[in-house]
Unconditional design. Structure first.
Lengths: 284, 125
């Protein structure tokens, strides 16, 4: 009985010892795993710390280079834009200058156009009629309205007497204008030479029927048929513009032709009516 | 169809042509010419006008009479009138303006001046 009890007690003791041993083994295993895990953690920690240091280092290093490149790029871009702006400003300036040139040119062309219009109208009107009186009227209108003369006379040359006589006047009486002999005085000299005369100083000029302010020969080619003598300009007309000289040239030629044609036409009309009168008498 | 009808009353064909030539630079302008005041009134009654340019010294009916008649007629009262005078004829010009003319142009005629005055009265920018 006792042995049985003893045996049972020994067996139980052995079981207990085995259990303790097993537990110890288990604990040792757990401890080992814990130690390994701790070492892993420490290694990971160290690795991460290095990584952090690397990142910090690279960030610090990269933080300095990236803006510098960007700044460089932006500086270059700004320089390009500045250059572009300058080019645009230069172009604007150039265009403005061109615009001013165009504006000035436009005004010149406008003036030229007006002058041509005046010349065209004068020419057109001068040849619009064959009536002698109408021709004289048109010449008078041109001188008043286009040239701006207030006192003047149109004098025609008598081929037989070699005298110049006023046929129409404006601002002065016809009887006031004296007859002038060809080659005598300013008017006579203009008629014989065919060269225009302009007084040296318009401001100080005082009316002189023998020496007009302006004297223009009316001529067909080189043949002078009369003169235009101007004694006074309209109040607002202080001096002659270039177009006035063109008008004088035009008058010198076209007015002479118009006067000559109309006189010729009037003479032929008169002769025709005389002849018709005779024929009428003969055939009755 | 023309935008602006302009009546030129002037006895001198040269002047009429000169004024018409200047006015033709206005886009859409139509020009009607009259020899004197009576002819001008006749033309005025036949159609609507936007502007009248008239000389003062004319036979049959002068420009001053024309201005006076136009301004006293309810049908034409609102039509702007420009008188054409010589620089020395200040009295005529003042009379024309007193009678109701809107502006004046002096001889010798400057096409640019005609254009400026016409554009102003036709309200062309």
């Amino acid at each position: 009985m006792v042995d049985k009890k003893t045996k049972t007690g020994v067996r139980m003791q052995k079981d207990d010892e085995r259990l303790v041993h097993n537990r110890g083994e288990e604990f040792l295993q757990v401890f080992k795993k814990g130690a390994e895990f701790t070492q892993d953690l420490l290694r990971e920690n160290e690795r991460l710390r290095f990584r952090v240091l690397d990142l910090e280092k690279s960030q610090m290093g990269g933080g300095e280079t990236a803006p510098a490149v960007e700044v460089k790029k932006l500086t270059e871009r700004i320089a390009d834009l500045e250059q572009e702006k300058q080019e645009i400003l230069d172009r604007i300036k150039q265009v403005e200058e061109e615009n001013q040139d165009f504006a000035a040119r436009y005004l010149e062309i406008e003036d030229e156009n007006n002058n041509l219009a005046n010349l065209y109208i004068a020419s057109y009107q001068l040849h619009s009629t064959l009536d002698f009186k109408e021709v004289l009227q048109i010449i008078t209108e041109i001188i008043i309205n286009l040239i701006g003369a207030e006192e003047f006379a149109i004098m025609l040359l008598d081929e037989k007497s070699h005298e110049l006589q006023a046929v129409t006047t404006e601002g002065v009486e016809l009887s006031e204008v004296p007859t002038v002999r060809l080659g005598k005085g300013v008017i006579g000299e203009v008629a014989s030479s065919g060269e225009s005369h302009f007084a040296a100083d318009f401001d100080s000029y005082e009316r002189d029927f023998g020496a007009p302010m302006v004297c223009i020969p009316l001529k067909i080619k080189d043949h002078v048929i009369g003169v235009l003598a101007i004694y006074k300009l309209l109040m607002q007309k202080k001096e002659f513009a270039p177009v006035d000289y063109e008008l004088f040239t035009l008058l010198a030629g076209h007015a002479a032709t118009a006067i000559f044609s109309s006189r010729l036409y009037s003479d032929s009309e008169r002769k025709l009516s005389t002849i018709q009168g005779f024929i009428g008498l003969l055939t009755k | 169809m023309s935008e602006y009808n302009v009546l030129i009353v002037e006895d001198s064909p040269t002047m009429r042509q000169l004024i018409a030539f200047a006015l033709k630079r206005i886009r859409g302008v139509r020009i009607v010419e009259a020899n004197d005041g009576v002819d001008g009134l006749k033309k005025l009654s036949s159609e609507r006008f936007d502007l009248i340019l008239t000389d003062i010294n004319m036979p049959i009916m002068d420009g001053l009479k024309l201005v006076s008649l136009v301004r006293n007629d309810a049908n034409y009262r609102s039509i702007p009138i420009v008188v054409i005078t010589t620089e020395g004829a200040q009295e005529d010009r003042e009379r024309a303006l007193a009678l109701g003319a809107n502006d004046y142009i002096t001889k010798p005629i400057q096409p640019t001046k005609i254009l400026d005055v016409a554009r102003k009265l036709l309200r062309i920018v």
